[in-house]
Design a protein around this ligand. Sequence first.
Ligand SMILES: NC(=O)c1ccc[n+]([C@@H]2O[C@H](COP(=O)([O-])OP(=O)(O)OC[C@H]3O[C@@H](n4cnc5c(N)ncnc54)[C@H](O)[C@@H]3O)[C@@H](O)[C@H]2O)c1
Length: 405
Amino acid sequence: MTGDAMDGHTTASPYTPSVPPLLRQLGTAHTWDVAAELPVRYAIKQVEDLFDPDNPALLEYGNTARRLVVIDSRVASLYGERIARYFRLRHIKAEVLTLEASESVKDFPHAFTVVEALEAMGVNRRSEPLIAIGGGVLLDIAGFAASIYRRGVPYVRVPTNLMAIVDASVGVKTGVNCLTRRNRMGSYYAPIAAYLDRAFLATVDTRHLANGMGEIIKLAVIKDASLFDLIDAHSGLLMATRFQDSIVAPEVIRLSVQGMVEELAPNLWETELERVVDFGHSFSPMVEMTALPELLHGEAVGLDVLYSCILAWQRGWLEWCDVERVQQLMRRVGLPTHHPGFADVDLLERALTDTTRHRDGLQRLPLPVAIGRARFVNDLTRDEMTRAAGRMAEMTGAATMAVAA
Ligand SMILES: NC(=O)c1ccc[n+]([C@@H]2O[C@H](COP(=O)([O-])OP(=O)(O)OC[C@H]3O[C@@H](n4cnc5c(N)ncnc54)[C@H](O)[C@@H]3O)[C@@H](O)[C@H]2O)c1
């Protein structure tokens, strides 16, 4: 109390701390710069027979005997019993959430179902990693849920089709579709591990196998000539055995994941916008969305790869025989080599404009200068796009229009 006490009254004088002159000059506007780095570390492992009860790999992270397992319904119908037996024999209490995963249900309500399951189980924040088993859709939904529940709980990816093995399991992106846009809500959130077991591919239908091949062909054409030669020589074997041979298939998966890791690891948060892995993803996103659900993602990517090869040939960077090799390989694995979207130059131009925005104002268009080597372009013209669309239609027999390069 300040002032004197007289007859029960106080005469209060305001508290006026003495402020040193220097502080008075500084005033009250302050800035605190906070800088922190988050270490990211996760293992991507090629494994054999992950659900053999003698195989401890899947449980190497986490230290309790409970797990929430989120699984694609089709995978559950094919492998559910075996997976349940695995957990039973390893004395793990597995709460199983089965989701019917497809692009049309890759949405926030489905991610919230996973959040509810995490809450219902009362999952420990660090020691009980969620295990996600399925294709790219299931992994993206479950990974997104793991990233937002309690601001992040650990999760493990078990990809079960080719697209998920060579692509969706490699990077740190999660997400769900919303506002009619693909992956409009999502996060960069690393799993603690991904286990790649190609035995699952035995039951994947031919179209979805080809869908995954779209991403492998993309990587091979833009980055890895030896991978291209390998799949070019053995596409028949790979497709006929559904990646079950013990020599070529593991090597194709190894080279594909290796190439993706080399590109993604130094640029996990996509601060560098010139990305060779964006090859095949410059025109295809808009064509794919316009054609939904007609085209699968890997099919649209394949079409973009072929179209971009023609653009590169027009610039004199790729031999015509290489363009034909790409087209023939796509045909052999069952990928489409023509679609009306790639004959619609207005659509392609809009797609490139959208992609340019996504790449912060520059086209940053990866084009092959030979099979396995890339260059970035920022000056593609509508005239080039028109000629390439005509050439693609001509080469795939979709039109008779002859367009000289
Ligand atoms: N996060 C990433 O970095 C990343 C990368 C690539 C793709 N994606 C996303 O992945 C999604 C596409 O993935 P997708 O092509 O795997 O689609 P998907 O998950 O819908 O799977 C396709 C079909 O394969 C079935 N399937 C999965 N495993 C199977 C098996 N072993 N046997 C039989 N059927 C099986 C599924 O039930 C489904 O019907 C897209 O939403 C895309 O955005 C994400």
